[in-house]
Design a protein around this ligand. Structure first.
Ligand code: UDP
Length: 238
């Protein structure tokens, strides 16, 4: 597809978004910048942007094959991808299969505890408020999403989990939890947007429980670049 990159319309912590000469499409550019704890910790993970770009696109293609609509259109190069222009619903949509991170802290459940069923939770995307947890009734009351959108988002999130959990199991990786974002197309349809990468998912080696994700950066565990490379290597071995 031939679109011309125009002005930058947004810069996030890990990506930049550019307008194109076609209003239906944006170009996203993945950076090596890494942040944690709502921007309190800053760093660079060499090669991360390339891995997250390629990996996200592979995950989006896998999901599309399994009936999940995504914003993915076409990878342009190592760091840039054409995506459908959407308005992001300002929610972090989090699915968990195993207790970890903030869930473990909040409920006093040891990291690594299998949950009896996958769970879904929402945080309001608002850095100034530190992305507070938000429930369905608040989401509707505040007009963040409609009841129909919320039900589409929930169905999409659980479907994404089923597809990804199975895929990662097949490459010896446990999908502990992950965050996705939803976008609204001009016609109002909800599709999957943002990224799917070690920045946004927790991946543990199925045999050793070794962490193969951004927790290595957040918790100063070392071997950060190697963990991203290892996940990418396994995905490509399929
Ligand atoms: N997550 C994310 N962005 C955020 C917060 C969380 O991508 O701003 C992902 C995180 O990588 C993990 C999942 O969502 O896979 C659940 O994160 P949690 O709520 O446990 O937060 P954390 O412990 O990372 O603060």
């Amino acid at each position: 597809m031939n679109v011309k990159k125009l002005n930058q319309i947004y810069e996030g912590k890990a990506k930049k978004v550019f307008a194109t000469d076609n209003p239906d499409f944006y170009i996203v550019e993945y950076k090596d910048d890494a942040t944690a704890f709502n921007g309190l910790k800053h760093g660079t993970i060499a090669g991360k942007g390339v891995i997250n770009n390629k990996m996200s696109n592979m995950m989006f293609m896998l999901l599309e094959k399994n009936g999940v609509r995504t914003h993915f259109v076409e990878q342009i190069n190592d760091r840039e991808t054409i995506v459908k222009a959407v308005k992001i619903v300002p929610l972090e949509i989090i699915i968990r299969n195993v207790a970890a991170g903030s869930f473990s802290k909040r409920y006093g459940v040891e990291e690594g505890t299998e949950l009896k069923a996958p769970t879904l939770e929402f945080s309001l995307k608002n850095d100034a408020l530190n992305d507070p947890l938000i429930n369905n009734s608040h989401i509707i009351a505040l007009g963040v999403a409609t009841e129909k959108e919320l039900s589409d988002i929930q169905a999409m999130a659980f479907k994404v989990n089923e597809v990804l959990k199975g895929f990662f199991a097949s490459i010896g990786v446990k999908l502990i939890d992950f965050k996705i974002e939803a976008g609204r197309l001009p016609n109002g349809d909800i599709i999957l947007a943002d990224e799917i990468s070690p920045d946004t998912c927790r991946f543990w080696d199925a045999e050793t429980n070794e962490k193969l994700d951004k927790d290595r950066f957040r918790r100063d565990l070392g071997g950060v670049e190697e963990a991203y490379q290892e996940i990418f290597r396994r995905i490509n071995s399929k």
